[in-house]
Design a protein around this ligand. Structure first.
Ligand code: HEM
Length: 425
């Protein structure tokens, strides 16, 4: 990206491989030279990269909307939280506005808050133990394919109430949808996988409608919910399930994978965390800030307004470069360094305002379980050749593969479920 001081017009495609290679430098340059820029890519949109400007937008949901309309017949998308837009139905609640947003958050909050994180911790730990048991005697594993990706998908399916052996359909689909740019030749295949996932969600809702839906999972809860005596529409239940899968699976995978790679390169930090677990909660927030797994957020201007003194006009789209805002030197000292004990740490990796991540408690729990298990059981791992970042870092900045080797250890003694052995690589 070439930028002359003071010129607000740039060319910046957040999904491009060039951006994936250079995003740290681009973030620095934008923040310092042109924090409010107009990118001519992807139909034209504003780019905001300073922390305070991102906050200004996400905290004013009456002016900056997340709402989305998608017409499957024409493929036309308006609004929503992606640039370029995703040609799929709206995410619920991420792509709703008030008052609809209040309704769906009210329904989902109790199911995804701190109590849910506590409740699912033992399950998450049992998955982590079994996933490590599968490989611990061999001395090597791919931490993405065999650990972070399956674990987050399994916990998310558990919460929702899908059979766990189906985790790969959801985990691999989300991996493909978020890691490929929409102009990548393989993106069509990712959309085809998303259609299979859609059919599976429909089937599950239908099955429960016919057979009943006992139990305490989120799908049962959505189907039992009544608003003014009426059940939720099928499409809304479907899109709420889709949003939980989209939010729950690839984001925490990306965070944990980035940290595994980072600690592979910085054994002294790994040793500090291994030796002093009380550091973990503070260090985790620093990892969230530094790696910002959700690379950017998007809003549409609902009515003419201003951002940082610049006018914005109804209908214009704004890409908020979250990863750059989380390294804003106005807010964070030495922002390009991972400082394990950074405190306070007002990162916005989970967003801010009404749409702030509903799954943050679950995400923190899953991260702690995964990293804690690795530090306990394979503390001496080394990175092998073949680690690969996503070719496109927006919307999610994650890893395709991170192969490691380590001193072989002993299994825990608990049996590995047959479905897990059959479905994990
Ligand atoms: C490290 C992991 C995660 C990160 C970094 C992350 C990040 C975010 C961010 C930045 C937003 C705000 C989006 C916006 O303002 O447009 C968000 C919203 C959301 N997240 Fe997460 N998330 C994570 C994990 C999860 C998990 C585990 C779940 C579910 C189990 C989840 C479900 C959601 C949902 C449903 C929303 C929409 C909330 C709303 O619109 O009110 N996320 N997340």
């Amino acid at each position: 990206m070439a930028l002359d001081d003071g010129k607000p017009e740039i060319s910046l495609d957040f999904e491009s491989p060039e951006h994936a290679r250079d995003w740290q430098a681009t973030g620095k340059e934008l923040r310092s030279k042109c924090p409010f820029a107009w990118s001519t890519d992807n139909g034209g949109h504003w780019v905001v990269s300073r922390y305070r400007d991102v906050l200004r937008i996400v905290q004013d949901d009456s002016v900056f909307t997340s709402g989305k309309r998608f017409d499957p017949a024409t493929g036309i998308v308006e609004g929503g939280v992606a640039i370029p837009p995703m040609p799929v139905g709206r995410l619920i609640p991420a792509e709703t506005d008030r008052p609809e947003w209040d309704l769906f958050r009210g329904i989902l909050n109790p199911r995804l808050g701190p109590r849910a994180a506590d409740k699912y911790k033992a399950r998450a730990q049992s998955f982590a133990t079994a996933l490590v048991d599968r490989v611990i005697e061999t001395g090597h594993m791919d931490t993405v394919d065999q650990f972070t990706n399956p674990l987050t998908a399994m916990v998310t399916l558990d919460l929702l109430g899908f059979p766990l052996e189906e985790w790969a359909l959801f985990g691999d689909t989300l991996h493909a949808l978020t890691s490929l740019a929409k102009n990548d030749p393989s993106y069509g295949q990712a959309l085809a996988m998303a259609a299979v996932m859609d059919r599976r969600i429909d089937e599950e809702i239908e099955r429960r409608r016919v057979e009943g839906h006992p139990g305490d999972d989120i799908i049962a809860h959505l189907m039992e919910t009544r608003v003014d005596g009426e059940p939720l529409a099928h499409a809304d239940i479907h899109q709420a399930i889709f949003n939980i899968i989209a939010g729950g699976v690839d984001t925490t995978t990306a965070l944990t994978s980035s940290v595994i790679f980072h600690l592979g390169k910085h054994p002294e930090q790994r040793e500090r965390l291994r030796a002093d677990r009380s550091l973990m909660p503070i260090a985790r927030e620093e990892f969230l800030r530094f790696f910002s797994p959700v690379h950017g957020l998007v809003r549409t201007v609902r009515s003419d307004s201003e951002v940082a003194g610049h006018p914005v006009v109804e209908g214009e789209r704004i890409y908020m470069f979250l990863a750059a805002a989380n390294r804003d030197p106005e807010i964070f000292e030495e922002p390009e360094e991972v400082i394990l004990e950074r405190f306070p740490n007002r990162h916005i990796a989970f967003g801010a305002g009404i749409h702030r991540c509903i799954g943050s408690f679950l995400a923190r729990m899953m991260f702690d379980v995964m990293l804690g298990t690795l530090l306990d059981r394979i503390p001496d791992y080394e990175l092998l050749e073949g680690a690969a970042l996503y070719p496109s870092v927006s919307p999610i900045n994650g890893w395709v593969n991170i192969p490691i080797r380590f001193t072989p250890g002993q299994r825990s003694g608990d049996p590995v479920p047959a479905w897990m052995d059959a479905s994990v690589k």
